[in-house]
Design a protein around this ligand. Structure first.
Ligand SMILES: Cc1ncc(COP(=O)(O)O)c(C=O)c1O
Length: 377
């Protein structure tokens, strides 16, 4: 009964570890803020439900939300309007819609390795071939532009970028954003920029969106992290108007429309919740400092300090054990984290720890890691 397509699809390594974990474990595995959505965002959701806004909405999302999103991006490209915006069921659906709307069978798509778990499988579901481009700690997990160019063939359709990155925390500086855009333009490639963590940045240079910076750009974003509303499943994509109009057909046939109350809530969030997101980001930065300092003090661990998002991606040098064996060993000691290879082959020798959890749990995680490292030496 099963299609070849589904049989060839692997379950994400993150979910596998999570499903195997006992309930009392210290969980640095899953990538979601431990905060509640801002008060005003929650209130807007309750009100929407009470006012009876519980029906299907427009397939592309409600107009006021699309307009508010367009306003956010007008500072990058003043011609941005609601017609550039499609509201999706999380960034996840946005990424799937982009893949199904852009790739043809036989196309090649450059994807980061290590990188977020959906890019490769989505390319394959659309019949395209993901071609991983390396991100190494020696290069602070930023793309090497010469290496990237060497991977481009006549079949290459697009390059997927993710800044701030899950799992590495790297943030692509403005100068490199423009270099990537120039490379894409020179080879007539689309840039697909996953900016789900655009508001969670620790650098002094402000975050640079790819929107408006290359000839062909699609930005995918999400409200999951910005307003700590992962469970409400709301995100969006920005693209040229003609692309949005066509992609809306795929979106409609997959999900009909995004849920209405979370859209009302996200609209409220865009209007008034920047201070709540900034306060959450300040706390993440303090935890980033705690975890980076703690990891650097553990024998055999080294880390490039994350510049955004809420993941530490340390390298481990503990002899002959693979990242999966280390993660399994740590799980037996009561710590859940994600092996680096869940994000691609070059994640080998790394672990991903989410610091979107309390300082207390981070301290306990560091203690478990230290005891594990001491046992090994
Ligand atoms: C880089 C990145 N992009 C997209 C997503 C999708 O998030 P959501 O579907 O909740 O919007 C995630 C979630 O972890 C992510 O880390």
């Amino acid at each position: 009964m099963l299609s070849t397509r589904v049989r060839e699809l692997e379950m994400s390594g993150i979910r596998k570890m999570f499903d195997a974990a006992p309930p009392d474990v210290v969980n640095l595995g899953l990538g979601e803020p431990d905060f509640d959505p801002p008060e005003e965002v929650r209130e807007a959701l309750f009100q929407a439900v009470r006012q009876g806004l519980n029906k299907y909405g427009p397939s592309a999302g409600i107009a006021p939300l699309r307009e508010a999103i367009a306003r956010k991006y007008a500072r990058h490209d003043p011609t941005t309007t609601l017609e550039n915006v499609l509201v999706t069921v999380g960034g996840s659906e946005g990424l799937a819609v982009v893949a199904l709307s852009m790739y043809n069978p036989g196309d090649e798509v450059l994807v980061p390795n290590p990188g977020f778990v959906l890019y490769g499988p989505h390319a394959r579901l659309a019949g395209a071939r993901p071609v991983p481009y390396p991100l190494t700690k020696e290069n602070s997990f930023l793309p090497d532009l010469d290496g990237l160019e060497k991977l481009i063939t006549p079949r290459t359709k697009a390059i997927v970028v993710n800044s701030p990155s899950n799992p590495t925390g790297a943030v692509i500086p403005r100068k490199m954003v423009d270099q990537i855009c120039a490379l894409a333009n020179a080879h007539d490639l689309a840039v697909i920029s996953d900016e789900a963590y655009d508001e969670i940045v620790y650098t002094t240079e402000p975050f640079t969106s790819f929107w408006g910076r290359a000839d062909k750009v699609v930005v995918v974003n999400s409200f999951s992290k910005t307003f700590a509303m992962t469970g409400w499943r709301l995100g969006y994509l920005l693209a040229p108007r003609a692309f949005v109009a066509e992609a809306n057909k795929i979106h409609y046939h997959l999900v009909a429309c995004p849920a209405t109350p979370p859209q009302i809530a996200a609209l409220k969030g865009l209007e008034v919740s920047a201070p709540a997101t900034q306060a959450m980001t300040r706390e993440f930065r303090a935890r980033r400092d705690i975890i980076v300092k703690g990891l650097r003090a553990i024998p055999g661990m080294s880390i490039v300090s994350p510049k955004g998002a809420f993941y530490a991606f340390p390298a481990i040098d503990w002899g002959d054990r693979s990242d999966v064996e280390v993660a399994q060993g740590l799980l037996r000691k009561g710590l859940l984290l994600t092996p680096g290879t869940s994000f691609g082959s070059l994640g080998e020798g790394h672990l991903r720890l989410s610091f979107a959890t309390s300082r207390d749990k981070i301290q306990r995680a560091l203690e478990i890691l230290r005891a594990y490292a001491d046992d090994r030496s």
